[in-house]
Design a protein around this ligand. Structure first.
Ligand code: TYD
Length: 427
């Protein structure tokens, strides 16, 4: 049986790491008012309590000045600041596991209620909560105890999870147990002095306390493929950032390469001077690098529950060596069978773009490598090759239109990948 059947969470510093956005907006307001910005240790105290209160307490403002500072803060927070936020690792999986087990879930936060709802919706967390309470225009100064009581169901074994002494005191006020989230922003001595029922150092400890039977995190192996110059590297970096914001640990890697031995092979296989390397050697070197990469980097990361984002994988060998170099798909599959007996990709983001346009973009950046120097008909074959593989593996390939702005490509790729991960139960 679970220890608690109703869990009420604080938002900032408990479910999400909102510090970067909050610091930036607090500074923005102070700069606009021509006032000095306090050191980070003081700014950290802004995380949790009502803003105006912090401006008065830590920046010596009058009530009127503090109200003005709050308006300025919102000027930046509403368009940008609220998205400069990160879901803590494993929180999504914890909420899902508790919900599946019929636990009542709510949020009680010092952040305005509508902003809190927007944040939870943006990070796809709102679906887990039965209720959300935060200050409203009618009730701007609600204290934590009152907010907790607003969402507290009757006759439940309830607990409040929060990172500040205010959360623990609010729980006492509402007559329920509390868990101090020491990974958040609260000053730990203060939180512990408020005598919480439990204290946890990490979100992993929080999972163990609230739902010891929940599954360990599952890794997911994602590859990025497409013709030369389609923008994979830019997208891999942007996707990593986006996935991390959503609470996923990400390991970014690439082929050929991704571990010391495979990076050495990369130098040989992509050397700019053409030393007369035959197609078979090329294919075997890619497969050799892959065997090492899978063992040294990919499988360990998946075992740790990480999302692996790999720039090119076996589909590149099938297309470049199997089709464009004419070695045949069967032979390339055969030599790669040994390279990854385990470790087949779970999903492949296929960045679709006409090869001429992609190559022109590629040439504008730097000198082409040995393979990129191959002629136009070779690159036309690679474009057709990826189309063919997408037809063969529709359950794995996720087509993404790469012929739009980088931000639009990231958005499309992220939404499609996130959808696929949810379908596969990767939380
Ligand atoms: P890539 O990393 O995309 O190049 P860059 O970092 O310069 O953009 O890939 C290097 C080249 O290697 C690319 O032309 C595709 C080719 N390649 C193959 O031919 N077969 C393979 O198995 C792999 C992984 C890459």
């Amino acid at each position: 049986m679970l220890l608690y059947d109703a869990v009420i969470f604080d938002l900032d510093g408990t479910l999400t790491d909102s510090a970067p956005g909050i610091f930036a907006c607090a500074e923005y307001a102070l700069n606009k008012m021509g006032l000095p910005v306090p050191p980070e240790a003081t700014l950290r105290r802004f995380l949790g309590p009502p803003l105006a209160e912090s401006y008065m307490k830590y920046c010596g403002m009058t009530e009127k000045q503090a109200t003005y500072a709050t308006d300025l803060y919102r000027e930046r927070y509403i368009p940008i600041g609220w998205k400069e936020n990160k879901v803590y690792p494993r929180i999504r999986a914890l909420l899902n596991a508790l919900k599946e087990r019929g636990v009542y879930l709510a949020v009680a936060t010092g952040k305005p209620e509508h902003t809190s709802i927007d944040i939870l919706r943006y990070f796809d967390l709102l679906q887990y909560f039965d209720a959300v309470a935060g200050p409203t225009p009618q009730d701007l100064h609600a204290d934590k105890g009152a907010l907790i009581r607003r969402v507290l169901p009757a006759s439940k074994r309830a607990v409040m999870v929060g990172d500040t002494a205010g959360d623990v005191k609010g729980a006492y006020d509402a007559g329920i147990a509390s868990i101090a989230a020491l990974y958040g922003y609260g000053v730990n001595e203060e939180v512990l002095a408020a005598k919480p029922t439990h204290a946890v150092e990490t979100t992993g400890d929080l999972c163990d306390l609230l739902c010891p039977e929940m599954e360990k995190p599952r890794g997911f192996f994602v590859t990025l493929e497409g013709v030369d110059g389609c923008g994979k590297s830019t997208q891999a970096a942007a996707l990593k950032e986006r996935l991390e914001q959503f609470g996923y640990p990400v390991r970014r890697t690439r082929e050929p390469g991704g571990c010391p031995i495979a990076e050495e092979i990369r130098k040989i296989v992509l050397a700019k001077e053409d030393g007369g390397m035959c197609a078979e050697t090329e294919a075997l070197l890619f497969a050799a690098a892959r065997a090492q990469h899978v063992k040294d980097t990919i499988l360990p990361a998946i075992a740790r529950g990480e999302i692996v984002l790999c720039d090119r994988f076996v589909d590149s060998s099938l297309v470049y060596q199997g089709m464009a170099r004419g070695l045949g798909l069967d032979w390339v599959k055969e030599i790669n069978r040994a390279a990854f007996r385990e470790g087949a990709p779970d999903a492949t983001l296929w960045l679709q773009m006409p090869h001429e346009k992609a190559m022109a973009r590629r040439m504008a950046v730097s000198q082409p490598d040995r393979i990129e120097q191959a002629g136009d008909s070779f690159h036309a074959q690679t474009e057709a090759g990826f189309e063919e593989l997408a037809r063969q593996y529709p359950e794995r390939f996720i087509p993404v239109n790469a012929d739009q702005s980088a931000e639009e490509v990231t958005e499309e790729a992220f939404q499609k990948l996130f959808q696929r991960m949810r379908e596969r139960g990767v939380l």
